[in-house]
Design a protein around this ligand. Sequence first.
Ligand SMILES: *Cc1c(COP(=O)(O)O)cnc(C)c1O
Length: 363
Amino acid sequence: MIPFLDLLAPHVELRAELDAAIARVLDSGWYILGPEVESFEAEWAGYCEAQHAVGLANGLDALILALRALGVGPGDEVIVPSNTYIATWLAVSAVGARPVPVEPDPATYNLDPARIAAAITPRTKVLLPVHLYGQPADLDPILALARHHGIAVVEDAAQAHGARYKGRRVGAHGDIVCWSFYPGKNLGALGDGGAITTNRADLADRIRVLRNYGSREKYVNAVQGVNSRLDPLQAAVLRVKLGHLDEWTDRRRTIAAVYAEGLAESGLRLPHVPEWADPAWHLYVVRSPERDALQKRLAAAGVGTLIHYPIPPHRQAAYTELGVAADALPLARDLANEVLSLPIGPHLTRQHAERVISETYSR
Ligand SMILES: *Cc1c(COP(=O)(O)O)cnc(C)c1O
């Protein structure tokens, strides 16, 4: 059996370090915010080459609080990819704004800067690119468009821990960058977790206040905030795992290279990496019109795969209210029908990857 992702292996590898970190929190008597969260925030900001990080309860809240901090609300529009995890859209809806889907670049599957301009209206407040599958979106033209129209850029980097765009880490190109530490992400907690990074002190401060009941000082509430704090226990776990992230990303990169070479003649469409991109390889996504048959064959051979994502947001019951025609976004539809994520992770061996390759060829 080759599982799609082995969530246990990283924790077995780091068991002693994790036990010590968890014991440190347990013995501290401090279980909300405090020094452990502050240390992680400083370390995460440093890693992301950003000036500020704010720890939050999960990635969806990171997106919601980013939009709130920018003053996005009812009547506003936010440009989102047509092909993304639904959290990107849900964050826009949660603040009362309207998600405006734009189709991806057919080569990279990321938001296509050339298509964004046509979707901008006087109501557009934010461009919200997603670094899907850990591949950085083409940020420079997106940032230029945003500057030209005087609107903000929020990045959904929930799949892109450690990715680089033109040599610089994803983390502070846009106004606010949103992170998830869901266990299956490249940097994952032992439960839910999230964060934002930014170079803007005003936005970091606003989100810091919003995450804690709108309060800077206990029992003094400046705004109507929420409870969305990163747990010190999760912060301690993330600090341990952050120390191994680069090595684990290198192992993902190696697996991706093995797939790229081994599957070159497979007829599958393989990930396209522009020369300016250094992906985090959260997922290794191939594309085929015979996707379902391939997935069945791999399953029969004991190879776990997943589909990211089988139903695009505009075709979900949750979004009938938007009134987007089912076939209005053909690229998102075709991707949903044709993409398949092969096993990848820091603990997948080269031998496993080679078996995935040979099972992919066998008929
Ligand atoms: C995981 C993910 C999120 C949401 O993160 P949670 O921590 O699960 O709330 C948002 N966007 C994308 C692209 C994701 O992959």
